[in-house]
Each structure stands twice: as structure tokens, then as C-alpha cells.
Write a protein that binds this ligand. Structure first.
Ligand code: FES
Ligand code: FES
Length: 182
């Protein structure tokens, strides 16, 4: 990150670089701008949704350096150099991500407003479970980080509990996520 662009006047903007869906992007951001607003309003990536803007619904979930995050809670200026994956970056080579296909196959959405966040969150869940990170429902006797955690329906429900769906598509979302773990 460069210094504020005009320190003599107490500027509140800085130049940063983000790797967004594989592309390096240089931009000057207001220090108050959230990553969500920068993605949507500056970069035109409107997949991540603003549901609550308070870290409560998960509609804005993206992957930052491989970990899922509520982008409404992150200041863009603090993400300088980060690798960001949004729902627009999940498909590759003209093929849907297997999870996107599973959502279609399982009819795991209705209005679709929560779906980008659900998808990015679940991709994060796969990485967390593969790395052996426990959740609240993981057997406490199991050593943390000792091999992958099996993503049972209970694990999926717990790990996806930060992503709300006002349409109530939860059973189909769990089924879709479970399909990809098999
Ligand atoms: S918009 Fe970010 S958690 Fe709701
Ligand atoms: S599909 Fe409508 S909010 Fe989840």
C-alpha cells in the first residue's frame, strides 16, 4: 500500500492493489470504503450482496487469501495485496464450479440473493475441513489439524450457520454441499 495520496491535506484515500479473481487491480480507495462496496461499486462485481451490512447475514461472503470473510466488515484499504475470490471467480474454463452445479441440481435457491455468499462460504468450508479445523460440533476428543474433518450434515449446518437464507432453502443447500464432499 502506498502512503495516503495527499498527506499534506490529510487525504483519506490510498492506492492499493487487489488480486481479484486472478487479476491484479490497482485502485485508489477511500479509507472508509468496505471491500464489499469496492467490489460492487468500483469493480462492478455485484455477485456479493449487501444484506445487512453488519456482519450478520453472510450475503457478502467472499474468499480473502483463501479464507471466507464477510466483505462488509473489511475495510478495503486493509486488504492491500490480498487475493480475493468472489462468486464470479468460482467457475473456470467455462465450467461451473462443482458446487454451483450441485446448487442447480439440488434446487438449492429460490430468490438467489443469498446464493453467492452461500457458495463462497461453502468453498471456504471445504478448505477448513480439509485442513482439519474443528467446528462446534466436531468431536472434541479429535486433535485439531490431524487430518480432514468429515463434512457430515451436522458439520455442514454448523459451518454454514453464518449464511442466512430468508427463503429457507437450507435443506437443499446442505444437500448440495454434501454432494460435493462425496
Ligand atoms: S451484508 Fe455482510 S454479513 Fe450481511
Ligand atoms: S434463496 Fe432467497 S435468500 Fe436464500
Amino acid at each position: 500500500m502506498t502512503a495516503p495520496d495527499d498527506p499534506a491535506t490529510g487525504s483519506t484515500r490510498s492506492r492499493i492493489t487487489l488480486q481479484v479473481n486472478g487479476d491484479a487491480t490497482d485502485l485508489t480507495v477511500d479509507h472508509r470504503a468496505t471491500l464489499l462496496d469496492v467490489l460492487r461499486e468500483r469493480l462492478g462485481l455485484t455477485g456479493a450482496k449487501k444484506g445487512c451490512d453488519h456482519g450478520q447475514c453472510g450475503a457478502c461472503t467472499v474468499l480473502v487469501d483463501g479464507r471466507r470473510a464477510n466483505s462488509c466488515l473489511l475495510l478495503a484499504v486493509a486488504q492491500d495485496g490480498a487475493e480475493v475470490i468472489t462468486v464470479e471467480g468460482l467457475a473456470a474454463g467455462g465450467e461451473l464450479h462443482p458446487l454451483q452445479q450441485a446448487f442447480l441440481d439440488r434446487d438449492a435457491f429460490q430468490c438467489g440473493y443469498c446464493t453467492p455468499g452461500q457458495l463462497c462460504s461453502a468453498v471456504g468450508v471445504f478448505a477448513e475441513a480439509a485442513a482439519g479445523h474443528p467446528s462446534r460440533v466436531t468431536d472434541p476428543a479429535r486433535p485439531s489439524g490431524q487430518g480432514p474433518v468429515e463434512l457430515t450434515p451436522a458439520e455442514i449446518r454448523e459451518r454454514m450457520s453464518g449464511n442466512l437464507c430468508r427463503c429457507g432453502a437450507y435443506p437443499h443447500i446442505v444437500a448440495a454441499v454434501e454432494d460435493v464432499t462425496r
